[in-house]
Design a protein around this ligand. Structure first.
Ligand SMILES: O=C1O[C@H](COP(=O)(O)O)[C@@H](O)[C@H](O)[C@H]1O
Length: 225
């Protein structure tokens, strides 16, 4: 389909995939391995689909997540399942995916093993693609999380997170780790999220809207209705 006939969200996903592929190519010209950090949730699906067929040396690319629900890898709610189903297919299946879960019962038990995995990657990442929820959370930095201050301030790479608003325990890259990237993108869709972003830009209380921690990365915003 010519890009001009595409629906806005698919068009946005194509543009983001092109920019991501270009960023990875640039860094691959300078270093043997590169790292791409992606978000979960529902928004990234068309981006993953657009990315999967890109002509890239995928075997030299590590892919990990900004955050994960502490659920089995094949669970509906698993961000890793989403990545495997929509991104790691076709040419992109040659990429090395690093998950954020272990067989431990809780993220608190697994957090150290995940931290070692994450530390071993090629930081700074080429690109961190953030998402955002309607409550202003990004990754698993939730406004109502007990661990929000820790996740915003620690130098540790990952934090186990409990949020009353969320049905599952989670694990998230810390804000410090998410900042360790050459480029940052916020990928959001819909009028509601545009309003949340506008509200975030008008204030500075991170606990109210944790996305504020990334508004001056600099951050490229990819938005479509
Ligand atoms: O729970 C999560 O939510 C955000 C936003 O998800 P969306 O479904 O509104 O696109 C996502 O960025 C994060 O990775 C995910 O775990």
């Amino acid at each position: 389909m010519p890009i001009s006939d595409a629906k806005p969200r698919d068009q946005l996903a194509e543009q983001l995939a092109e920019a991501t592929a270009e960023a990875l190519r640039q860094d691959l010209a300078q270093q043997e391995r590169v790292l791409l950090v992606v978000s979960g949730g529902s928004t990234p699906v068309p981006f993953f689909q657009a990315m999967a067929s890109r002509d890239l040396p995928w075997a030299r690319i590590d892919v990990t997540l900004a955050d994960e629900r502490w659920v089995p890898v094949d669970a509906e709610a698993s961000n890793a399942r989403l990545v495997r189903e929509y991104l790691l297919v076709g040419p992109a299946s040659a990429a090395n995916f690093i998950s954020l879960t272990t067989d431990d019962e809780t993220p608190e038990q697994g957090v150290e093993a995940v931290a070692r995995r994450i530390e071993a990657l090629s930081w700074p990442a080429s690109l961190v693609v953030l998402g955002m929820g309607g409550d202003g959370h990004t990754a698993s930095l939730f406004p109502d999380s007990r661990e929000l201050e820790l996740a915003l301030s620690t130098a540790e790479p990952v934090v186990a997170v409990r949020s009353p608003s969320q049905p599952q325990a989670r694990i998230t890259l810390s804000a410090d780790r998410l900042h360790q990237a050459r480029r940052h993108v916020l990928h959001i869709t819909g009028g509601d999220k545009r309003s949340v972003l506008a509200r975030a830009l008008g204030g500075d209380d991170l606990r109210e809207l944790p996305i504020r921690a990334f508004l001056s990365c600099p951050l490229a915003v990819y938005w479509a209705p």
